[in-house]
Write a protein that binds this ligand. Structure first.
Ligand code: GLC
Length: 519
């Protein structure tokens, strides 16, 4: 049985910001196709593409109006099919983004629901409810700010845990279940290798729709007893989906976006008859601190081992502040990000790389308000700057914007200082972040170590572990030089995130990989 997803390095392509082929300033599928050689040379195993389906783009494509086509901004269905074929020819697998919690308000189902009376079959696919007098049905709030209910002209309210343009579906409805099973088959039939499931912990809601109590926020990882996150009923949906994917040849896979606080609750989604993997947000949310990182690694591995699922590791994605900036920005952030990459890629399991992290891109903090498009920014009147700062188009080449992203100005402006960070420029610099990622991925592919992890005794700010046979990773997350543990004395240095002072001393914020004699 091939289980590529147990160890895969998966590169997240944020399509609108990856490469623009037609000059509308927005990245597209032909743009992704044109850059497949770059991704092959980087050394990743698979690509996850953010949604490219027809969408009014109220939430950058997470408001889907047709699940079986491609938005003209991003190309055509034929482009998607060609991308699947070409990626496979390069040895790259493809994961598409599935958005089952909500549709767009422009989806034919929601338009039909608005045109139909309360109590109709059309409304039953969504969560329409009567209000409490003039007030909404309950106190739930939207993850993007403001309340989670909007009122329609006949007085009923509909639920949207995100923007009003993203009405939540009712997953107790058989038509909803059947429709998504058919959508899965539509793409599986076209050869897609798997799906990333958006808001996978959100599909089931407390039927009584009780008010959110104290301690139950809408944003942030869910805790037990929450009325709309992580309800037990959601698991039925994934069991049905797993039966479908298992019926296809070629080891298709699901990765869940599941924000829950307790790793043991996360593991429930990865039982053998449910999803294959989930993003590890405990690791992503951990500060640059040896104790916190080690705790995240231990807790995740322990919980997932209980269901036989592999861990995955992720540092950034299109929803969070880029980790160069999270870890301190500037030279410090970059140094830590280099070390973090070696830590992540040395751990057992799979790993996710968010486009641009291999170039060391920082968060763009000074985007002009009038150019920001994220509903989080718009719905909080700017109190929350939103997620546009991690979505700025990639710098590929040249010395001025749009840096080879496309023929014309990009949808969000790239800082002129990114001239130093283009993929072209970094390609020929052995000390660049891109060169570090390429080397790390090449070594990782050749390592052939098993899934065990043994912590080595080390100083307080140092993370050190070995994997059999004969591989060790040491990370000094502290602000002083630290000697490497005895276990790696005399070992061969394979790769370091920055030059080491001497054989067994690691400067601050530095990671190193070693091959030990026992190999
Ligand atoms: C997920 C996506 C995010 C989107 C939200 C609503 O969290 O990653 O970008 O806004 O779901 O679909």
């Amino acid at each position: 049985m091939s289980t590529w997803w147990r160890h895969a390095v998966i590169y997240q392509v944020y399509v609108r910001s990856f490469a623009d082929s037609d000059g509308d300033g927005i990245g597209d599928l032909p743009g992704v196709r044109s850059r497949l050689p770059y991704l092959r040379d980087l050394g990743v195993d698979a690509l996850w593409l953010n949604p490219f389906y027809p969408s009014p783009q109220a939430d950058a494509g997470y408001d889907v109006s047709d699940y079986r086509d491609v938005d003209p901004r991003f190309g055509t269905l034929a482009d998607a099919e060609a991308l699947i074929a070409e990626a496979h020819a390069y040895g790259l697998r493809l994961i598409f983004d599935l958005v089952p919690n909500h549709t767009s308000d422009q989806h034919p189902w929601f338009r039909a629901a608005l045109a139909s009376p309360p109590g109709s079959r059309e409304r039953a696919r969504y969560l329409f409810r009567d209000g409490r007098g003039s007030r909404p049905p309950n106190n739930w709030s939207s993850a993007f700010g403001g309340r989670a209910w909007s009122q329609v002209p006949d007085g009923q309210w509909y639920l949207h845990l995100f923007a009003p343009q993203q009405p939540d579906l009712d997953w107790t409805n058989d038509e909803v279940r059947a429709e998504f099973e058919s959508i899965l088959r539509f793409w599986l039939d076209r050869g897609v290798d798997g799906f990333r499931i958006d808001v996978a912990h959100g599909l089931a809601k407390d039927p009584a729709m009780t008010d959110l109590g104290t301690g139950h926020a809408t944003s942030g990882p869910a805790v037990e007893g929450h009325p709309h996150w992580d309800l037990d009923e959601v698991h039925d949906v994934y069991r049905a989906w797993r039966r479908i994917s298992d019926g296809y040849p070629g080891d298709r896979t699901f990765v869940g976006e599941i924000w829950v606080a307790d790793p043991a609750r996360l593991a429930r989604y990865l039982r053998p008859d449910e999803l294959h993997t989930a993003f590890n947000f405990t690791f992503l949310l951990a500060p640059w601190d040896a104790k916190a990182l080690r705790y995240a690694v231990d807790e995740s591995m322990r919980a997932l081992a209980s269901v036989g699922a592999p861990a995955t590791w992720v540092l950034s994605n299109h929803d969070v502040i880029r980790h160069v900036t999270r870890y301190g920005d500037g030279a410090t952030g970059l140094r830590r990000a280099r070390a973090a990459a070696l830590l992540m890629l040395a751990l057992p399991g799979g790993a996710y790389i968010y486009q641009g992290e291999e170039l060391g891109l920082p968060e763009v903090l000074d985007l002009p308000s009038e150019l920001r498009q994220d509903p989080t920014f718009l719905r909080t009147q700017g109190a929350d700057p939103g997620r546009d700062g991690c979505r700025v188009p990639l710098p590929w080449s040249g010395t001025a914007p749009p840096f080879g992203f496309g023929p014309s100005t990009a949808w969000l402006p790239q800082p002129p200082s990114w001239a130093r960070l283009t993929a072209d420029r970094q390609s020929s610099d052995p000390a660049s972040m891109l060169s570090l990622y390429r080397s790390a991925l090449r070594h990782r592919a050749a390592l052939a170590v098993d899934d065990s992890l043994t912590w080595l005794p080390s100083a307080r700010d140092v993370l050190a572990f070995s994997r059999a046979p004969g591989f060790s990773c040491v990370v000094n997350a502290g602000d002083r030089p630290a000697s490497a543990p005895d276990a790696v004395r005399g070992a061969r240095l394979l790769l370091a995130s920055d030059p080491l002072a001497s054989d067994n001393t690691l400067p601050p914020d530095t990671a190193a990989w070693y091959l030990t004699e026992t190999r």
